[in-house]
Design a protein around this ligand. Sequence first.
Ligand code: SAH
Length: 350
Amino acid sequence: MSERTKQLLDRLEREHTLSLDEYAALLRGWTHEDAAYAAEKARRACDRVYGDAVYIRGLIEVSNICRNDCLYCGIRRSNRNCTRYRLTADQIMSCCREGYALGFRTFVLQGGETGESDIDAVCALVLSIKAEFPDCAVTLSLGEYPTEAYQAMFDAGGDRYLLRHETADRAHYQSLHPPDMSFDHRMQCLYDLKRIGFQVGCGFMVGSPGQTVETLAQDLKFVETFAPAMCGIGPFIPHKDTPFGGEPAGSVELTLYLLSILRLIRPALLLPATTALGTLRPDGREQGMLAGANVVMPNLSPPDAREKYTLYNGKLYSGAESAQHLAELKQRMSAIGLRVVTDRGDAKSG
Ligand code: SAH
């Protein structure tokens, strides 16, 4: 392996910071050996903070109705081939009950962005979930809102908010989104969420069209400085009914290498092995864990919602991806020496 890469990884492990140029250097011309070296360090760093625990979150895809038109996303507003749905509060509560019985202690409500019209409904839902399951954490992943709306969701009992920054490079952000979406607003939302007191998750796609080593270096620097509780990353996967339908998918190897680097930047980061990773590789979840991830988010949505919540083509929603097949996930994790735990799975300090 290259001496320069090794030196940078060693220093990152010790100091948890590199310059923008050094992050870019890590991502330029790396080899499988470099990635293996990073993964070994990352796994050790994860073990020191979280031991062999794998945290699970029950993902509930509450709606695919979206006002935004992100160029990469299958539920973008202008996709006429997308059959829209919205789960009722009763349906969502049933998902939580099923998940609780299976051992989930975090529920993630994710959906398209509907804006201010649904704030009261979201707050009512969070209140109901927290009332029935006081020992569970509720994570919201519903896009951008005004500060007051986030505050109301927090006051209703929301614990965490997942809002991928998508890219920390302004020009790249604009090339992935229509002109009515703003990089500054996305960033503003992330800082608002943190100030309000949510445990915040950011994140980005790997291999989005036009992404470069330099834009990825900015993502790494952003995670270092923003210091989120979580960071979700997964390969870009094309959806046929989007402007990026003909673009190639992102690289699994690069995603794994980035997971390792993120673990070295923030050893206590909650780092999921995402569905997109599992979609491109049958053992993507295990590979993610071995690269330093410590969270998986099996799908608890009703089966017909899972099919309609199509961000990209080929999405997994049965087998070990589904919450109902938790036994398979547990067994896959134990095969690599890890243990799925029944726990809220809050971030540790360290
Ligand atoms: N509306 C919410 C949830 C978005 S969907 C929000 O704005 O946060 C969750 C994530 O899926 C997105 O943040 C994006 O990073 C990812 N995603 C969307 N389309 C994708 C694609 N084609 N390939 C891979 N990931 C995608």
